[in-house]
Design a protein around this ligand. Structure first.
Ligand SMILES: Cc1cc2nc3c(=O)[nH]c(=O)nc-3n(C[C@H](O)[C@H](O)[C@H](O)COP(=O)(O)O)c2cc1C
Length: 335
């Protein structure tokens, strides 16, 4: 699959953009485990234009994480164009992605993100204007539609393609679903199989296992897939999925012990990359760490999880991980 001239190989697997999750440290980690491409968390066009520090940090990328997309959101043509130009000239990502899918009230309620699904003409104006304003490839990420009665994605995909975007990511839910129910991939497949569509289609929603990843490619014919929540506390999912897609076999090379080491590394990198020092890095990482599937099935894990969620230093988190390794994991599990 190619986004413009960027060759992502056969059946690429991307790291989804996620606010407060996909900072530089996490993106680098996921790339090191084989994510084909990574996306920044979304950045407000208005905040970027005002040079809000936090937003400028969010668009900072490093060479090692390429190919990387910086994602922006906003609700009017002028600010989106100005923000896209800033991203192009200051951050130099490989791709600029436009967010027309965020369902949260503070964004969609103001007409940005998935709010654009209620104002398609404006969505198309923004897309066209951004495509014209920058020379980088522009892509879009959106949902099936606003609600069950308005699943407009098949027609919308054609309209967005006509604006000049180079790829489209579809999360198989409507805005009103937020994150509930199951992602519906049938409409993603319908977009992909529409003979009028020529740009790559990236499917997204509830890919949590290598087997499901393969099924999404096989059944719906998408060009790429994107994984979000399943990477929390499990950045190695990209290696597992890649291995299964390439060989048809389950990757069993990572032991529980090495996965714990990966989580330790994730903590160190999160702190190193945090503009707010150690506490900032810990606040960023601890929630995702606590939800790692590595700890599923450990008896009476609740109190340990709560301690993880309250930890404020690297050492506290290391102590908890050491304790888990000592107390809960049998010698076979850490072979
Ligand atoms: C914590 C969190 C933050 C998110 N932030 C963004 C974002 O900044 N931009 C975006 O396009 N989608 C965002 N999403 C949506 C994800 O990119 C993805 O579409 C969604 O989680 C479904 O994929 P999944 O089932 O693989 O998680 C976010 C999701 C979560 C859970």
């Amino acid at each position: 699959m190619k986004i413009d001239n960027i060759d992502l190989g056969y059946r690429p697997v991307m790291l989804a953009p996620m606010e407060d999750v996909t900072d530089k440290a996490f993106r680098l980690l996921c790339r090191s485990f084989g994510a084909s491409m990574v996306y920044s968390e979304f950045v407000s066009a208005d905040a970027l234009i005002r040079s809000v520090n936090r937003s400028l940090t969010k668009i900072s990328i490093s060479e090692e994480e390429r190919p990387v997309a910086v994602q922006i959101y906003g609700r009017d043509v002028a600010s989106m164009v100005e923000a896209a130009r800033m991203v192009e000239s200051q951050a130099h990502p490989d791709v600029i992605d436009l967010n027309f899918g965020c369902p949260v009230k503070k964004v969609a309620g103001k007409g940005a993100g998935s709010g654009m699904l209620k104002n398609v003409p404006l969505m198309l104006d923004i897309t066209r204007a951004v495509v014209d304003a920058v020379s980088l490839p522009v892509t879009v990420k959106t949902r099936l539609g606003w609600d069950m009665e308005n699943k407009i994605i098949v027609e919308l995909a054609e309209q967005l393609q006509d604006c000049g975007i180079k790829a489209l990511t579809i999360h198989g839910r409507t805005r009103s679903q937020m994150y509930t129910g199951e992602a519906d991939w049938t409409l993603i497949g319908a977009v992909k199989n529409n003979p009028r569509m020529t740009i790559p289609i990236i499917g997204n929603g509830d890919v949590t296992t290598p087997q499901r990843a393969k099924e999404c490619f096989d059944r719906y014919g998408v060009d790429g897939i994107m994984i979000g929540r399943a990477s929390f506390g499990r950045p190695w999912i990209f290696r597992e999925v890649r291995h299964f897609l390439d060989t048809g076999e389950v990757d069993t090379t990572l032991t529980t012990h090495s996965k714990l080491d990966i989580l330790r590394d994730e903590i160190v990198k999160s702190v190193e990359c945090s503009p707010k020092g150690e506490l900032g890095g810990i606040l960023h990482i601890r929630r995702h760490l606590a939800s790692s599937p590595l700890f599923k099935g450990i008896p009476d894990f609740r109190s340990t999880r709560i301690r993880m969620l309250r930890a404020e230093t690297k050492d506290e988190l290391f102590d908890i991980l050491d304790e888990i390794e000592r107390k809960f994991l049998t010698s076979e599990e850490i072979q």
